[in-house]
Unconditional design. Structure first.
Ligand code: SAM
Length: 180
């Protein structure tokens, strides 16, 4: 998002079939709530295509890619790393520090699928719990991004969209966006 911390979300692990919707929703949630990019595992090509298609239709900028080296991305990240985990520090206790650190360094937000190995906990600058209860990477990511941007992501403008939803109290209205 323009004039906001630069945020990349990395999805660790993907079980084809079982995780298809979850991985797609991690990407769609990252896009809708203000992140700039999502990096999915190599075997999540279907989710990547769905997220790219939504971005083409509903706008960006947002980039999605697959990578076989998520762990290296985390290890070598030139910026700060947040790992979302139910075992982490309470978001309400660390969000101000994360926000302050993200103004001048790109932020990598790590979410898991199945068990996350301990090296990820060690590589993170913050292990952050959105509550210390088990729930989902999609819910954790949504609350985290909203706290990071303090709600400003809800006002963002979208570029290059083919269609736009017109908010309505009742019913559905979608308009084509004219170029130029
Ligand atoms: N059981 C796995 C483990 O012990 O690592 C976690 C599985 S959980 C379904 C998948 C992901 O959801 C986690 O890796 C984490 O990123 C996210 N998640 C679940 N509960 C969370 C919480 N309370 N706060 C932040 N993230 C959470």
């Amino acid at each position: 998002m323009q004039n906001e911390p630069e945020v990349t979300v990395v999805r660790l692990g993907h079980r084809p079939g079982r995780d298809e919707r979850m991985t797609t929703h991690v990407g769609l949630t990252a896009r809708a709530l203000g992140a700039d990019r999502v990096v999915l595992p190599d075997n999540a090509g279907k989710s990547r295509d769905t997220i790219a298609d939504i971005t083409d239709r509903f706008g960006g900028p947002f980039s999605v890619e697959c990578s076989g080296s998520q762990k290296a991305l985390i290890r070598n990240w030139e910026g700060r790393v947040v790992h979302l985990t139910m075992y982490g520090e309470r978001i309400q206790d660390v969000e101000a520090d994360v926000r302050a650190a993200s103004t001048d360094a790109p932020l990598l937000v790590v979410v898991g699928a199945e068990k996350v190995s301990f090296d990820v906990y060690e590589a993170a600058d913050w292990n952050v719990g959105v509550t210390n209860q088990p729930h989902s990477e999609v819910a954790g990511l949504a609350v985290f991004l909203d706290r990071l941007f303090e709600g400003r992501e809800l006002e963002r403008e979208w570029e290059g969209a083919e269609q736009r939803v017109i908010p309505k109290a009742t019913g559905k209205r979608v308009e084509s966006v004219d170029e130029g």
